[in-house]
Every structure is written in structure tokens, then in C-alpha cells.
Ligand binder design. Structure first.
Ligand code: NAD
Length: 496
């Protein structure tokens, strides 16, 4: 049985109250690890350590090159231990091993990328601004935002942590990370890499624990300057409300119900390939999953037939088994939630084309068939709300204008995709979609260099790219008046 501790002020420690969390393998439902369960007292200690490290410690005061060197060591450690770490992530989350390996590689790249960015932005220096009055010398400085409370989900446990921890540390912030209680082991390994690389005590702290017991106290903690959250809309709203009380900086990466528009001139094989990848990879537990598919009518029947065959050919099983393309969902609760959404969709009039239940021969573990619905009422929950499982809804459309209107008819705006042989049409649709990420002739490829985040209820702010670094900076203007000049608002000769 693996045992994992909290990481506070440069030391691995048990939870103050001694509690632990069981870590389950979702493919066989066995508990294979135990992690310390933090409560408010541990969060207090972690925030106090981060506060000391930020206010008095060396980390924010180092040159960018020194911080970058340490982050590159972390990237190297992630690469050196890629296989073990991917296997741990796989077992914790259930995802296929190939996907877990990709996540570790992306996390390593993220640390290297933000190491480079720290150096680049420091080299840009302070920006002088001409305010049109020669008596004033004005500059803009960028400074780290301070202590960051990072709260992350279970679908990409290491990667979602890396998207926050790497830029925050690169910018000179000090971090308290609260990963999801469902998948936390890769984050405890990340703490070890940071520790072994020689990060100063308190600059990074890890509090594993339940959302209510560790997440909420972190969100509400007055010692935190910025909250960086990825998770559901419901929890995001609570985090934002907590941030509002002290008017603290907050960024939110939330859910979606992203559309994929397929025009009739698309190549059918490629359309089905991207459709499957867009909604079934990671068992459909992807915030940007293109789970609302709109197909132009002439292609509709052929696409549904091909999709049914393709979905039924997906190899389901434990994620570490050779050739498996879809693992179990993360937990019994998630499995039950997705099944409930499927039943509700059927009762609500959506036509079940494929899947809809547990795959034959997989009686243990949280396995679910890839599920396809067609002719879905557009006012139903399955069409409008995130399922976060391998469930796709497919509906027909006739005109480009109708497709755009249907695609944008959502409270979410994280991602969207369009497929057509007509490049000008793709461009028009891409511009018309109200989403932070739009893919043309593909769905899901995600690059560290590009901003990531949603419009509307899908979030506030952007991760990744330069914007993902600037999210951890404050702008400070320094305005200097030439001391040889007189201001004379209250002229000296009028003072008796
Ligand atoms: P969740 O909201 O249940 O949990 C997210 C995190 O918040 C966890 O660490 C949890 O412990 C914590 N938490 C729970 N209650 C809390 C509270 N009251 N105060 C503070 N923290 C609390 O989400 P999840 O089920 O872990 O993740 C799935 C969701 O994440 C989906 O909606 C998905 O779309 C979203 N997501 C978004 C992105 C993105 O980039 N936009 C990426 C991945 C996942």
C-alpha cells in the first residue's frame, strides 16, 4: 500500500488531524494507496508557509534565470520518471496508459515552456510609457501576484496542476496546491520533484484532501492573493464567491458543452475519427469534449451509421492492458452520474444509437460503453449540460446560419469545432462561434503555447501561452516626477 503525505514548508508531513483518503484503482475498485487528508489546520499551515516564502523568502527575489533553472530540473525529472509516473497516473485515474504518458510529456514541456517565458519576460524589462508631459517618467513593472491557491480536478491530475504550478512558480509566486481527492498521486510526485530540485521551503505546498475540508478553507483563506481554479461550474461559483469577499484575483477554468459542426462536404472517415477523439478520449471526461455534434443533413444518416460501427469497435478495458482505447470512468459516483444522464436522455426522447450501459464482460470497475444519441431535443439536459463521460449527442442541420445558431445556443463557451472542405466557410464559422478555443478540421489538439479558456459560463481568464503566465502577474505603474520641477497646484506664494 502506497502512503502519501502532505508537503508543507519544505517537509512531507501527515495531516494535523491524522486523517487519510483511500485511493482506488477504478478498473478493479481496489484501494491501493492512502494519502493524508488535509483539513483547515493544514491549509492554514500551508498558506502561512507560502506567505512567509513570498513575503520574506528568496523565491520571488531570485533572477528569472535561477527560477528557470529549477523548473527545468523538474521538467527533466518528469521526463526521467515518465514511465513510472504515467503508470501511477493511469492506475489512479483509469485512463489508457498511452494517454497518461502523453500527459506526463505535456507536463514536462509546460515546465520548460514557462522557464523560458520567465527569462523572456524579465529580459523585456520595464516598459516606459510616454504620458505627454516631460516632467513625468513613467514605467510599468510586472510583479508576481503573491500567494496562489490552486485547486484542480481529476481528469488530467498532473497536467491541470502543471498548467498552474509551472507559470505561477516561474512568475515568482508561492503556491498551495489542492488536487482532486479522486486523483492525487501524481501531484504528490510533483511535490517530490520540486523538493529534490531544491525549491526553497514554502514556495510550493501540497494539501491533499476533500473539497469541503481542504478546498473550501483554501478558497476562503485571507492569506491567499489569487485563486486559480479548474473544475465544475458549481464549485467554480463557490470559489468565486469566496474570492469576492476580499476582492481577490481569481481565474476559473470550468466546464463546457462544446459543439462540433460537420458540413456535408467533409471526408466521412476523417469526420468520424475526429468526432470519436473529440468526445471519447479520456473516457469523455474532458472539459472541451465536443459532445454536441451537428451534421449537415445530406451526411447525417451515413455519419451515424459509421459512428455506431466505430463506437462499437472501441476496445474497452483496464487502461494498462495492451491495445485498450477506453478505460473505466474515474469513480462509482461518476459512473452513476453518467448512467443517470443516459437514462434521462432516453426518457426525454433522444434516440439511442449505440452503447448506453456497462460493456459485456466487465462486471467490476467503472466501465461504460461509448454512447451515441441522435435526434436529441435541444431543450433537453443531455443536449445542454455537461455529462463528463463518453456520451455524444448528434443532430442534423441544414444551413450554415442554423448550425452557428444551434452551436452558440449554450450557456457554455469553452470550445467548438468545424469540419468542411471549404476553407472560407470554416473561417466564417470559426469567427462566429462564441468559444475560447475553436478547432478547424480537428477537435481537441491542445498546445502549451496557445491561450486556453472559455467564454460565457466556461470560465474567466486564460491558462497556457503568455496569458497563462500573465495570469500570475500584477502590473505596477511607477510614476516619477522630476524633482527639479514645481507642481504648484497650491502655489507656494499663496501660503502665508
Ligand atoms: P469539481 O468542481 O468537483 O472539483 C474540482 C476541485 O474543487 C477538486 O479539487 C475538489 O476537491 C475541489 N472542491 C470541491 N468542492 C469545493 C469547495 N466547496 N471549495 C473549494 N474547492 C472545492 O470538478 P471535478 O469533478 O474534479 O472536475 C470536473 C470538472 O472540471 C468538469 O466540469 C470539467 O469540465 C472541469 N474541467 C475544466 C477544465 C478547463 O480547462 N476548462 C479542465 C479540466 C476539467
Amino acid at each position: 500500500m502506497l502512503e502519501r503525505l502532505l508537503y508543507i514548508d519544505g517537509a512531507f508531513v501527515p495531516a494535523a488531524r491524522g486523517g487519510t483518503l483511500d485511493v482506488q484503482d477504478p478498473a478493479c475498485e481496489e484501494v491501493f494507496a492512502r494519502a493524508a487528508a488535509a483539513t483547515a489546520a493544514d491549509v492554514d499551515a500551508a498558506v502561512a508557509a507560502a506567505r512567509r516564502a513570498f513575503d520574506h523568502g528568496p523565491w520571488p527575489r531570485l533572477r528569472a534565470a535561477e527560477r528557470a533553472a529549477l523548473l527545468r530540473q523538474v521538467a527533466a525529472a518528469l521526463r526521467a520518471e515518465q514511465e513510472q509516473l504515467a503508470r501511477l497516473e493511469q492506475r489512479d485515474n483509469g485512463k489508457p496508459l498511452k494517454e497518461a504518458r502523453g500527459d506526463v510529456a505535456d507536463a514536462a514541456f509546460c515546465f520548460d515552456y514557462y522557464a523560458d517565458m520567465a527569462e523572456q519576460i524579465e529580459a523585456e524589462g520595464e516598459a516606459a510609457v510616454d504620458v505627454g508631459d516631460a516632467r513625468f517618467d513613467c514605467r510599468i513593472r510586472r510583479e508576481p501576484v503573491g500567494v496562489v491557491g490552486a485547486i484542480t480536478p481529476w481528469n488530467f491530475p498532473l497536467l491541470m496542476a502543471a498548467w498552474k504550478v509551472a507559470p505561477a512558480l516561474a512568475a515568482g509566486c508561492c503556491v498551495v496546491l489542492k488536487p482532486s481527492e479522486l486523483c492525487l498521486l501524481s501531484c504528490t510526485e510533483l511535490a517530490r520533484y520540486l523538493h529534490e530540485a531544491g525549491l526553497p521551503a514554502g514556495a510550493f505546498n501540497l494539501v491533499t484532501g476533500l473539497g469541503t475540508e481542504a478546498g473550501a478553507p483554501l478558497a476562503e483563506h485571507p492569506g491567499v492573493d489569487k485563486l486559480a481554479f479548474t473544475g465544475s461550474l458549481a464549485t467554480g461559483a463557490k470559489v468565486m464567491a469566496a474570492a469576492a469577499r476580499e476582492s481577490r484575483n481569481v481565474s476559473l477554468e470550468l466546464g463546457g458543452k462544446s459543439p462540433l459542426i460537420i458540413f456535408a462536404d467533409s471526408d466521412l472517415d476523417k469526420a468520424v475519427q475526429w468526432l470519436q477523439f473529440g468526445v471519447f478520449w479520456n473516457q469523455g471526461q474532458v472539459c472541451s469534449a465536443t459532445s454536441r455534434v451537428l451534421v449537415q443533413r445530406p451526411l447525417y444518416a451515413a455519419l451515424l451509421a459509421r459512428l455506431k460501427a466505430a463506437a462499437e469497435a472501441i476496445r474497452i478495458g483496464p487502461g494498462d492492458a495492451e491495445g485498450v482505447q477506453m478505460g473505466p470512468l474515474v469513480s462509482a459516483a461518476q459512473h452513476a452520474k453518467v448512467l443517470e444522464a443516459i437514462v434521462r436522455a432516453r426518457d426525454g426522447g433522444a434516440r439511442l444509437v449505440s452503447g448506453g450501459g456497462r460493456p459485456a464482460g466487465l462486471e467490476r470497475g467503472h466501465f461504460l460503453q461509448p454512447t451515441v444519441f441522435a435526434d436529441v431535443p435541444t431543450d433537453s439536459l443531455i443536449w445542454r449540460e455537461e455529462v463528463f463521460g463518453p456520451v455524444v449527442c448528434v443532430n442534423p442541420f441544414d444551413s450554415e446560419a442554423e448550425a452557428i445558431a444551434l452551436a452558440n445556443d449554450s450557456r457554455y463557451g469553452l470550445a467548438g469545432a468545424v469540419m468542411s472542405a471549404d476553407a472560407a466557410r470554416c473561417e466564417r464559422v470559426a469567427r462566429a462561434l462564441r468559444a475560447g478555443v475553436v478547432w478547424i478540421n480537428c477537435s481537441q489538439p491542445t498546445f502549451t503555447q496557445l491561450p486556453w479558456g472559455g467564454m460565457k459560463a466556461s470560465g474567466i481568464g486564460r491558462e497556457l501561452g503568455r496569458s497563462g503566465y500573465e495570469a500570475f502577474l500584477e502590473l505596477k505603474q511607477i510614476t516619477r516626477f522630476d524633482e527639479r520641477e514645481d507642481w504648484n497646484w497650491y502655489p507656494a506664494d499663496t501660503v502665508p
